[in-house]
Write a protein that binds this ligand. Structure first.
Ligand code: UD1
Ligand code: UDP
Length: 390
């Protein structure tokens, strides 16, 4: 029996790790599965744990309002050290590029426990973009013994860095999560109705989208954009919403106080507008539901760059770099940075030019087939692993 500990702490990690928890839990014959959450996020993490019905065995509950990166790192390092004193897993699995994943990897390394890195090998090669994520994932890549790369390109990045351990191509577990939710919504009409009601209570009436009204769905939270970058982004959104009064703009706001500060600086204290809807972060199912209804997604998120193309939605990424160039190559994702003029012109083009819109809105999915979790479980159980080492 192998003991696997999955460690995560933020919303996107939870979305991408919960399906993996479920897959390990199916194999009680060979795995003892332990879930450890750092609580780097609180409300946004708990929302996802509830949806997937995952109950952590350990919860370090480290979130403090406006915590800085050193606080997060130190709390996780000491917290993990104490957990490893009571429970020594055979493998620790971490995800992606957050401070949770890097600090947990380092703590596991100090306890001499092998680390598996899910979503390994994504790179921009610019350590300040995204910051601190690019360095976070490079450090985790150095420590990990098992690297689960979503694509061939991410595997190649790791080969170039001559990381130690074994590299496998598994696809991204985000597609597993997305399939689960999309299938649920497709097969359960009542669920869709329930989600519409929840969205209404959250502040957005989906029935507005009848009669072909267009929807621009927005998210933003990158640290390197805080301050002037965010002000430019939000000013462009405001001006777009005034230019296109018949289009709805919906922005589920990240709970990081720096995000809301910039929004209020541009929009003032009262955020109510006839066609701009600022709402609290949505539960994953509601968010996927809204992505499916949207016309354009405007974001600086990582995970949304993987999900929206799979749903055939054009994505404008408010960043200068991306570690996910695959969908960029297919043309469904464009980088617009935090440049006011570029955001205005690219959104305007997609709203006005049908050909440009059609070109960008084809469904592509370079990130996986929905079976990534199953592959990772089989690899850690030494079943037919060589086929994924291609
Ligand atoms: C973190 C990750 C980032 C990831 C993002 C996903 C790091 C350094 N950053 O950024 O890589 O893309 O999550 O969303 O690991 N807050 C709450 N409740 C919550 C969540 C956050 O109140 O449920 C507030 C708190 O004031 C907290 C602040 O947001 O201090 C920042 O949270 P933090 O996890 O440090 O950074 P994120 O910007 O969320
Ligand atoms: N998401 C969500 N509710 C929201 C906004 C986003 O469930 O209100 C989901 C989204 O579908 C994606 C993930 O959260 O799976 C992305 O998280 P985030 O943008 O916070 O982090 P990143 O992916 O940039 O690390």
């Amino acid at each position: 029996m192998k003991t696997i500990m999955l460690v995560f702490g933020t919303r996107p990690e939870a979305i991408k790790m919960c399906p993996l928890v479920k897959e390990f839990q199916k194999r009680t014959d060979v795995f003892n599965t332990i879930v450890c959450v750092t609580g780097q996020h609180r409300e946004m993490l708990d929302q996802v744990l509830n949806i997937f019905d995952v109950k952590p065995d350990f919860d370090m509950n480290i979130m403090r309002q406006g915590q800085d990166l050193t606080d997060v790192t130190v709390r996780i390092l000491t917290g993990m050290r104490d957990i490893f004193k009571t429970c020594k897993p055979d493998v620790v699995l971490v995800h992606g590029d957050t401070t949770t994943s890097t600090a947990a990897s380092l703590a596991a390394f100090y306890a001499q426990i092998p680390v598996g890195h899910v979503e390994a090998g994504l790179r921009t090669h610019n350590i300040y973009s995204p910051w601190p994520e690019e360095m976070n994932r490079q450090i985790t890549g150095r420590i990990a013994k098992y690297h689960f790369s979503p694509t061939l390109l991410s595997k190649k990045n790791l080969i170039e860095e001559r990381v130690y351990g074994d590299i496998y191509i598994t696809g991204n577990t985000v597609i597993d999560a997305l399939h689960m939710v999309v299938d649920k919504l497709k097969n359960d009409k009542n669920l869709s109705l329930e989600k519409e009601k929840k969205l209404f209570n959250a502040g957005y009436d989906v029935s507005r989208l009848n009669n072909d009204k267009k929807l621009v769905l927005i998210t933003g939270h990158r640290r390197e954009n805080f301050g002037s970058g965010f002000i430019r982004m939000v000013t462009a959104m405001k001006d777009l919403s005034e230019k296109y009064k018949d289009v709805d703009f919906v922005y589920p706001m990240h709970l990081n106080p720096n995000v809301r500060k910039s929004i209020h600086e541009v929009f003032g204290e009262n955020l109510k507008r006839p066609n701009f809807f600022f709402i609290e972060p949505l539960q994953y199912i509601e968010f996927v539901y809204l992505m499916e209804k949207s016309t354009i997604v405007l974001t600086d998120s990582g995970g949304i760059q993987e999900e929206a193309p799979a749903l055939g939605k054009p994505v404008l990424v408010m960043r200068d770099t991306t570690e996910r160039p695959e969908a960029l190559a297919y043309g469904t994702v464009h980088l617009v940075g935090t440049d006011y003029d570029k955001i205005i012109s690219e959104v305007s083009m997609l709203l006005e030019d049908i050909d440009a819109y059609d070109k960008m809105s084809k469904a592509v999915n370079p990130y996986g087939d929905g079976n990534a979790c199953n592959r990772i479980v089989r690899i850690l159980n030494d079943e037919n692993v060589d086929q994924y080492k291609v």
